[in-house]
Structure formats: C-alpha cells, structure tokens
Design a protein. Structure first.
Length: 121
C-alpha cells in the first residue's frame, strides 16, 4: 500500500517537473483534451487515482495527506462529469490564457504535492 502512494506521488512529481521545465507542454495537453469528449478520460483517471489514494491511506505515516488529496481528486473527477463539456472546455481555455510563469508555478506546486505524498507514506 505504501508503494502505491509513493508511486502515485512519484508520477505527480515527474509530471510537475516536466510541466515546469516545458510549460508549452501544458498547452499541448490542454489542446489535446479539448477535442471531443477526451476530458472525460481525465475525469475517470482522477476518480481512479483518488480512489486508490483513499484506499491506501491507512498504510501511510500521515493518513490525512493521501486521504485529503485522494478526496480532492475524486471530487474534481466527478466535477468533470457534472459540469459538462462546455464548462470544462471553458476552464481549459482559462488555463491556456494564463502566462507561462503561472503555468510553471502550478506545475511546481503539483510537484510539491507529489513530494508531500511520497513523504507522508
């Protein structure tokens, strides 16, 4: 169980560092997700990863860390389905309009959250 939390945290760290180093990659990912109903895949992925974090949180040294981030991920995944594609695409457009500096800061924040998940387990 601990390895599951650490693996998810490591993937988040890698993804955050990659997006911080290449902020234009976020724009390409958003453009890819805006086509059709591809954003629903992100919703399913968030629900699965959040559920895994909640399921494995009892094995963590600080239980509240994976439980909290797991709950946030499940809620955000459900929101993708509740809001509908028009609103989800509007949010993606809002992120596309952010400056490179903001996108880098968000990516660094994601990497820090991944590191916190690794540390908590």
């Amino acid at each position: 169980m601990v390895y599951l939390i650490k693996s998810i945290g490591l993937l988040i760290v890698i993804w955050g560092v990659l997006l911080a180093a290449l902020p234009s990659l976020m724009l390409r990912v958003l453009a890819f997700a805006k086509v059709g109903k591809r954003a629903y895949f992100a919703g399913v992925l968030r629900i699965i990863i959040g559920g895994l974090l909640i399921w494995a949180c009892r094995a963590a040294m600080f239980v509240w860390v994976p439980a909290t981030f797991g709950a946030i991920m499940v809620i955000s995944g459900i929101l993708i389905f509740v809001l509908g594609m028009d609103r989800v695409h509007a949010v993606m457009g809002w992120w596309e309009a952010r400056t490179e500096r903001v996108r880098r800061l968000v990516a660094i924040l994601a990497a820090c959250i991944g590191a916190l998940l690794i540390y908590s387990s």
